[in-house]
Write a protein that binds this ligand. Structure first.
Ligand code: NAD
Ligand code: UDP
Length: 329
């Protein structure tokens, strides 16, 4: 194991009750560390972390990162922020606050503790990219006043804050630009394309492809992504990023819909709906930097990752209806 994981650490994971946060918490615990999971349960659920409570090294604190937090930890992974477009557009002002005030509060905490801090940034900082695939030195093409701006610009400002804390306060920072990631524990109703298509196909409902479905995304399985985040945290201090973490295999939404229908054995038909405003037309990470600096690349194909994800949703949909939808407490 690398430098950061040589001894037991107390790791703060904000957004730890969410999809990615709960998987990260699991892996950090498995490495022998303590986890302080901080989450306001806006899009996360207690159900995601139920299985971790039996572990005495795990602790949960219900808290909103837009308010200051005074705790003692050795490392911070800042994941708190709604990630699905319908969730981050539900209360856009709160989304910007979560990214910006949340970053300021967590960076302030890291500064007091002199501990390393990682930011879960996003491919959305590239907006609707004019460069394809997207390398880290591409500055992006973002509409600053559109409905996605609360998320995109919030995350861009958070990156600015991370690099200013590095320059001004010599903080140890890591910025991961995460591309579309999927897997078990996504919410059935969060509107993201993979969960939407799987749930629709399993229910035999029409699969809703927005626009003609020619827009592309590159889907990374959650286990691969978490491995990338852990390697980034273990890396030397001068590896600040930003660093793209994602799977470079690119699919159109129509291809994804067909794959999901085939793998679920569903009779669902594809229907087309309006393309959301500012929906990026293409997205694929250039992961040369992650390959070179972290020796990391995804190893799970779309079919290999869809398989456990479909199984997860199949079991979830068998549960009483109250457990399937949003369960915030
Ligand atoms: P998620 O919605 O499942 O998790 C986000 C978590 O943050 C939830 O548990 C939510 O309750 C919590 N949260 C939201 N606002 C908060 C606040 N003010 N205070 C405390 N907690 C708050 O989404 P996810 O997919 O797990 O995403 C986790 C992080 O990764 C996010 O920062 C997201 O922007 C980033 N990311 C995810 C993806 C992806 O494809 N999953 C892609 C790019 C970036
Ligand atoms: N999408 C779709 N049908 C759906 C949900 C999403 O065709 O039911 C499309 C959406 O328009 C976008 C892509 O799938 O082009 C990915 O959407 P998602 O919300 O998962 O993530 P993001 O746009 O943030 O990458």
């Amino acid at each position: 194991m690398g430098r950061l994981y040589e001894s037991r650490k107390r790791v703060l994971i904000t957004g730890g009750a969410g999809f990615l946060g709960s998987h990260l918490a699991e892996r950090v615990l498995a490495l022998g560390h303590e986890v302080l999971c901080v989450d306001n349960l806006f899009t996360g659920t207690k159900r995601n972390i139920d299985h971790l409570h039996a572990e005495p090294r795990f602790e949960f604190l219900r808290h909103d990162v837009t308010f200051p937090l005074y705790v003692e930890v050795d490392e911070i992974d800042n994941l708190a922020c709604p990630a699905s477009p319908i969730h981050y557009q539900f209360d856009p002002v709160q989304t910007t606050k979560t990214s910006v005030h949340g970053a300021i509060n967590m960076l302030g905490l890291a500064k007091r503790l002199r501990c390393p801090i990682l930011q879960a940034s996003t491919s959305e900082v590239y907006g609707d990219p004019a460069v394809h695939p997207q390398p880290e030195d591409y500055w992006g093409h973002v509409n600053p006043i559109g409905p996605r701006a609360c998320y995109d610009e919030g995350k861009r400002c958070a990156e600015t804050l991370f690099f200013d804390y590095r320059r001004q306060h010599n903080l140890s920072i890591r910025v991961a630009r995460i591309f579309n990631t999927y897997g078990p524990r996504m919410q059935a109703d969060d509107g993201r394309v993979v969960s939407n298509f799987i749930v629709q196909a399993l229910r035999g409902e029409p699969v809703t492809v927005f626009g003609e479905g020619r827009q592309t995304r590159s889907f990374c399985y959650v286990d691969d992504l978490i491995e990338g985040i852990l390697r980034l945290m273990e890396a030397d201090d001068d590896l600040t990023g930003p660093i793209n973490l994602g799977n470079p295999c690119e699919f159109s939404m129509l291809e994804l819909a067909e794959k999901v229908i085939e793998m679920t054995g569903s009779r669902s038909k594809i229907v087309h709906g309006p393309l959301p405003t500012d929906d990026p037309r293409q997205r694929r990470p250039d992961i040369s930097r992650a390959r070179g600096a972290l020796g990391w690349e995804p190893t799970t194909s779309l079919a290999e990752g869809l398989d456990p994800t479909i199984r997860y949703f199949r079991e979830l949909l068998d549960q009483p209806a109250s457990l399937v939808g949003a369960q915030r407490t």
